[in-house]
Write a protein that binds this ligand. Sequence first.
Ligand code: ZN
Ligand code: ZN
Length: 299
Amino acid sequence: MRHLAAGLLAATLMAPAAAAQDDTVTSQCLDERVCVLFGPGGNVALHRGADGLILIDDKYERTGEALLAAIAQLSEAPLSFVVNTHYHADHSGANERMRMAGGKVVAHRNAGRRIGEQVAAAAARGEASAEEWMRLPVLTFDSEIDFHLNGERIRVAHAHHAHTDGDSIVWFEDSRIVHMGDIYFKDVTWPYLDLAAGGSIDGVIAAVRGVLAQIDEDWTVIPGHGPVATHADLHAYHDMLVSIRNAVAAGIARGDDLAAIQASAPAAGYAVGEGFITADKFIEAVYKSLRGETDYSPR
Ligand SMILES: [Zn+2]
Ligand SMILES: [Zn+2]
């Protein structure tokens, strides 16, 4: 009887703990200035110093408080800026909360436009709060924007038609760390190409190739999702993307339909998790991207 009661108690205690664990934000500091915050949503980079905190991405709206709490464990400095690597809600969802905490949101012009469209759509459905407009970036740019803060040059550069049409790659030049947003998914899922929002396989490959050309072996690479990576990891990712892209292109040239190309298993042999995107959904995205089609949904 006592065992049963203990078992019930354990089950009762574990249920809420398990639910809470889902929103837990964990951190890994790469040097004195730059930390990565994991947990739900995209990977966040935090830059710390006397000028205040700069965040790269801010996860979901629902995890905004957990993110701020995790940041408070790492620094007492005020939040200065937030860069959105793109418009998806797992990277820009807490913009409103971060802005209320003092963070000025910066994003590529297309990312800002798409966030604006989401805010307008929510308003049309009657679902927008009075503060919904605070999700919008305060500053947008077309090509590049540099920050000179905390003794570091932080370069934010647009990548054309990669994961979306509003992607930014963020370079911590002195720390030798680059945050690639969802241009780079490491291990946990096959890549997601948001074709409906201007993404493309050739844009992703070009962006990855561009990063590889600009970093040395000792750089650290932060992917949009998954663990922190190295130059060698990014090189392997590039080669995998090229291999799959070329296999799909060869199938299209032979006149194969999508099902036949998927059956030829161009993604076989790569150790990637069947996460948000399965191998077959990724091959579908590559196929449609090469054919100029945009009617793609990850589910
Ligand atoms: Zn993402
Ligand atoms: Zn994304």
